[in-house]
Design a binder for this molecule. Structure first.
Ligand SMILES: [Fe+2]
Length: 366
């Protein structure tokens, strides 16, 4: 099994993992040979990468750290809570969370159990499912990344639970921003950008007046776009005034934003998303948190085609826990020629070797 960029796949290729919609219904069954129509449909729904079959890598297991069923339940919990918030409007708040708050807390607990049980680094690229709204899937991904990062930082269970709720609700203010602005393809005008920035304050006001929601969750919504050097919004807070939870959620937020497909651009691969974080480490983002984040995610997800610094190329076969940028690679090509017998190279042992490029990424951009 390997990961391939949807737009580079030839019709006739066999799908190795089913593609679901957000209700858990299968849209395309695994083992189906993809037709041109199916491929167009995947692209239309912003599915940039899928898992395909390939005889040399069929034994490579790309299992997701969070079971698909739980991911979909979590997506539904978020969707349903956010939509209820939206229909009730900004004024009538307290009663919704009483009803769904318990559900959300339970969901954070279940996600946390899975994250802590998984002996593998988090790779959201391994879960392919269609979503109908970016804010919902983004809130879920940010929750998963934030919980993984907070776990890596050694935070206590009660803090982890607070962070989970804060992460799930960090963008709730977007439910009150006009859809046309959120989904706009072209450049935003200054006024439109100001309106979008307002989701932080709206979220804060909304959450803090709801007595069933921890006040810290309201502050996560308020502060997740603040940056250490004061260049963030809405208040331009600096390092010492930004709550650690907001710093952490801000990192998860940026990473998911750049590695997800958006209306205005293609998704980056995880190693490119990390480069964005590293470029801002110290100025925008807490450096220690960025380092810890790198340890928790699969920098080169299993199944990805990579090229090594000595010219050999292959597919990521397994992850090395705690050395997320040095996985085990199954070599399929040497100097551009297919090898007769594929073999594996462990980058955690061969420290002179480096990954120099990822094919799915290069092809995806062409
Ligand atoms: Fe946000």
């Amino acid at each position: 099994m390997k990961i391939a960029a949807t737009k580079t796949i030839e019709p006739g290729t066999t799908l190795a993992k089913a593609v679901y919609n957000e209700n858990g219904q299968i849209l395309i069954q695994k083992d189906v040979r993809l037709t041109k129509r199916m491929l167009d449909r995947l692209l239309k729904f912003n599915i940039t990468y899928v898992h395909i079959k390939d005889s040399l890598t069929d034994d490579i297991d790309i299992s997701a750290p969070i079971p698909e069923k739980l991911r979909m339940e979590a997506y539904q919990t978020i969707k349903h809570t956010f939509l209820e918030f939206q229909t009730q409007g900004i004024e009538k708040k307290s009663f919704v969370f009483e009803k769904t708050g318990g559900e959300m807390t339970d969901m954070v607990g279940s996600l946390l159990d899975e994250i802590q049980k998984a002996d593998q680094v988090v790779s959201i690229l391994s879960d392919v499912f269609l979503t109908d709204n970016y804010v919902f899937s983004h809130s879920l991904n940010v929750t998963i990344y934030s919980l993984a990062l907070a776990t890596e930082l050694g935070m206590s269970r009660s803090k982890l639970e607070e962070i989970g709720i804060g992460a799930m609700l960090h963008d709730v203010g977007k439910m009150f921003i006009p859809h046309e602005i959120l989904q706009k393809k072209g450049k935003l005008s200054d006024t439109e950008f100001e309106i979008i920035k307002g989701h932080t304050e709206i979220g804060f006001e909304f959450l803090r007046s709801n007595h069933n929601i921890p006040l810290l969750a309201a502050h996560c919504a308020f502060q997740h776009h603040e940056r250490l050097n004061g260049s963030g919004y809405p208040r331009g807070l600096t390092e010492k005034d930004i709550h650690p939870y907001a710093k952490l959620i801000g990192i998860a937020d940026v990473f998911d934003a750049v590695t997800s497909n958006r209306v205005y651009r293609d998704a980056m691969l995880p190693h490119e998303g990390l480069e964005v974080l590293y470029a801002g480490a110290g100025d925008l983002f807490d450096r220690e948190m960025v380092e810890a984040f790198r340890r928790t995610i699969a920098v080169y997800p299993t199944g990805l085609m990579v090229e090594l610094s000595d010219g050999r190329a292959g597919i990521v076969a397994r992850q090395n826990q705690q050395l997320s940028e040095r996985p085990v690679v199954r070599i399929l090509e040497e100097r551009g020629e297919a090898v007769v017998e594929p073999y594996e190279v462990d980058l955690a042992e061969q420290l002179n070797l480096m990954v120099t490029s990822c094919f799915a990424a290069d092809l995806a951009k062409s």
